[in-house]
Ligand binder design. Structure first.
Ligand code: HEM
Length: 424
């Protein structure tokens, strides 16, 4: 069985992700009728759509058989792929971060920062992160009884945390936020650099490339500074990191900063904004956490599952393989649909309900295996601290208008979450 063009077009359509229901329904239909099949949307090469939780884990577990770097790691049209390869001397990637690497490079590059992001080392940051969280909650209180929780709190708090961890000065945070939104929001006329809908693939690549170049120029200066005067920050680890005794390549170092400076806040921001949206729509769930803050870790896992801000990554088979009874050929491209895995009825009871006490909650929103999210412990910690501080002061919350989502098909979540609230 093949996937209809209509469904194939939907699962790559940025407006379907902005709608929410449209993409959820398409994946629910695929899980029922074609859980592992090939799709070919108009203008794209064919790819396998991996919709089930178990199959996503299986592909991620076999990271030598299913590679990251051999083809584009994010769904790309034929035309855009051609243009990127022309620009990058045959490579399908504009950047070369951990996401685009396979072993042995992946392991060597990941090792440089992994230790600093482990829970035991993050502990030292908790008091400072709490101070930052309190500052944002005070600012929320200054809004009175209404704010846009996405724009006024959720976009700014994780941004501030990762920029401190990375070592970017506060005065540059608005620039980092804008560049991140331009990158992930390239398909959204409200967010991208051109200020309009981009329909031409070449224009789309140019607009992303110009954002990447701005990031690189910025982080080039940071590298020089940290090589001359290393500090206790992530930028110093990257700037001075050695691979087999040699300094990291320039493209690799720049890409390392870019992933930390983008994935390091946009994902957590989306999750935080989506969590408050869900709590406002489910007052019983809000009341439960308010009455029992020991449910905060459950709220965090459920909101990560609920929002699943990373919508997919692509893998490429390095050899002929079999997966769930299907023959995958060497070179085949595969989409790991994290939102679909996180709504898989075989794993989650009542997956379309938001339940802060869902146990177990083994979502795949952070991926799995060798590439599992490097920032997962930081993300969880900063959200825990924010909710601990916010629930201590927030008495009630309700929606004050209709929230909206970003138009994008890779990393995205809420764009606006207008709320009315009472705080003490
Ligand atoms: C990788 C999700 C927060 C840095 C990933 C992947 C996902 C993901 C799905 C790919 C995993 C795979 O291929 O198996 C999320 C979510 C977050 C979050 C849902 C928040 C709720 C962060 C933060 C950082 C970060 C705060 C900051 C350090 C990275 C990096 C990678 C990554 C560097 C690449 C890892 C690799 O390829 O080895 N993340 N992320 N992420 N994430 Fe996160």
């Amino acid at each position: 069985m093949t996937i209809s063009t209509e469904i194939a077009n939907t699962i790559v359509d940025p407006t379907a992700y902005a709608d929410g229901d449209r993409v959820d329904q398409a994946f629910a239909q695929l899980r029922r009728e074609a859980p592992l099949e090939v799709a070919q949307p108009d203008g794209f090469d064919p790819f396998w759509v991996v919709t089930r939780h178990a199959d996503i884990l299986e592909v991620e577990r076999q990271n030598e058989l299913f590679h990251n770097g051999d083809r584009a790691t994010v769904i790309t049209t034929i035309e855009a792929d051609k243009k990127v390869r022309e620009m990058m001397g045959g490579s399908p990637h504009l950047v070369r971060s951990l996401v685009q690497m396979d072993n042995p490079d992946h392991f060597a590059y990941r090792k440089i920062t992994q230790g600093s992001l482990l829970p035991q080392n993050l502990k030292a940051l908790e008091a400072r992160i709490r101070e930052i969280a309190r500052g944002f909650i005070d600012r929320m209180a200054e809004h009175g009884d209404r704010c846009d929780f996405a724009r006024d709190v959720a976009f700014l708090y994780p941004l501030h945390v990762i920029m401190e961890v990375l070592g970017v000065p506060e005065s540059d945070e608005p620039r980092m936020l804008k560049l991140t939104q331009e990158l992930f929001g390239n398909a959204d006329p409200d967010l991208n650099r051109t200020g309009k809908s981009i329909t031409d693939a070449g224009e789309g690549v140019d607009s992303i490339q110009s954002v990447v170049m701005d990031f690189m120029m910025y982080f080039n200066a940071i590298t020089e500074d940290r090589r001359a005067k290393p500090r206790d920050d992530l930028a110093s680890l990257i700037a001075n990191g050695k691979i087999n005794g040699e300094p990291m390549g320039h493209l690799e170092a720049m890409s390392y900063y870019i992933i930390a400076a983008t994935a390091g806040h946009d994902t957590t921001s989306s999750t935080t904004a989506g969590a408050l949206w869900a709590l406002a729509e489910n007052p019983d769930q809000f009341a439960r956490v308010k009455a029992d803050p020991s449910l905060i870790p459950g709220l965090i896992e459920e909101s990560i599952r609920w929002v699943t801000p990373v919508k997919h990554f692509m893998r490429t088979a390095t050899a002929d393989a079999e997966l769930a009874g299907k023959k995958i050929a060497k070179g085949d491209w595969m989409m790991l649909s994290y939102p679909s895995g996180n709504r898989d009825e075989a794993v989650f009871d009542d997956p379309f309900s938001f339940k802060v006490d869902r146990t177990p909650n083994k979502h795949v929103a952070f991926g799995y295996g060798a590439h599992i999210c490097l920032g997962q412990h930081l993300a969880r910690m900063e959200m825990r601290v924010l909710w601990e501080e916010l629930f201590a002061r927030l008495d009630s919350v309700e929606l004050d208008g209709t929230p909206t989502r970003m138009t994008a098909n890779f990393v995205c979540g809420p764009k606006s979450v207008p709320i009315r609230f009472k705080m003490h």
